[in-house]
Design a protein around this ligand. Structure first.
Ligand SMILES: [Zn+2]
Length: 254
């Protein structure tokens, strides 16, 4: 199974438009971050988690040509705003199966009414097959089992996903102990880590490292990075063994 980091930036991406911050001006490609998303694929399946505003560019850069499903973590725009660009997959493969919490499906229906409309559809509009994700209910994409992990982003419920020994969690601030049990000692954990300063709805570095100690994964990759966190190379030097800062277009094999 391969994990391709399509984007590793926080909601504005890096560089931030019009910013003179030194990280935004960095020439290191590892300091350029599109909005968070991963492509998880093997010989048997291909799925993308979240569909943010950079989705089109991410599909072109990664060379992803087929997707069996898109899994959503939550409804915020940095995770959903790219949905119009699923059309090339629709023309090639038919309606796109999407998986999300019922609340997120309702929200997407408002944001993208023309995608979810059942009458008077605009010819060529994106099309989806809706699948509700429920807490404590595993589901299958092709023959691949997916376990939803329930977490909180401030007051907002968010789903992370466990696929075999790989766990992808983004926009986490708190997690219940029974959910933590589901992911303990996984091989690879991806977890959001915004910056060193505390934030109301995201883990900062201290919180992310404390969380990693609890989960005890073999390896961890940090994502959903703000330009305020600093330069890729400098952050990496501060991290403990087996903790890495992810970067766009990094691909790992599990
Ligand atoms: Zn986000």
């Amino acid at each position: 199974m391969k994990i391709y980091f399509l984007g590793t930036g926080t909601s504005q991406g890096i560089p931030v438009i019009g910013s003179n911050h030194s990280v935004c001006l960095s020439s290191n490609p590892k300091d350029k971050r599109l909005r968070v998303s991963v492509w998880v694929h093997s010989e048997d399946f291909s799925l993308v988690i979240d569909c943010g505003p950079d989705f089109r560019q991410q599909m072109l850069t990664s060379g992803c040509t087929a997707i069996d499903a898109i899994l959503f973590t939550h409804e915020h725009a940095d995770h959903t705003a790219g949905m119009d660009d699923i059309r090339p997959f629709n023309f090639k493969l038919g309606p796109m199966p999407i998986y999300a919490h019922q609340r997120v499906l309702e929200n997407l229906t408002k944001r993208f009414d023309y995608i979810f409309a059942t009458e008077n559809r605009y010819p060529g509009a994106p099309s989806v097959v809706i699948n509700e994700v429920k807490n404590n209910e595993d589901f299958y994409i092709k023959n691949q089992k997916i376990t939803p992990i329930n977490v909180f982003h401030g007051d907002l419920q968010v789903f992370g996903y466990k696929i075999n020994d790989f766990v992808y969690l983004t926009d986490v601030k708190t997690i219940a102990s029974e959910e933590l049990e589901k992911i303990k000692k996984c091989k690879v954990l991806v977890i959001n880590c915004l910056r060193e300063e505390p934030h109301q709805t995201h883990f900062n570095l201290e919180e992310a490292l404390a969380f990693i100690k609890q989960v005890q994964p073999e390896k961890t990759y940090l994502t959903h990075i703000s330009h305020l966190f600093g330069f890729h190379d400098e952050i990496q030097q501060k991290l403990p063994e087996n903790v890495y800062i992810a970067y766009d277009n990094l691909e790992i094999t599990i």
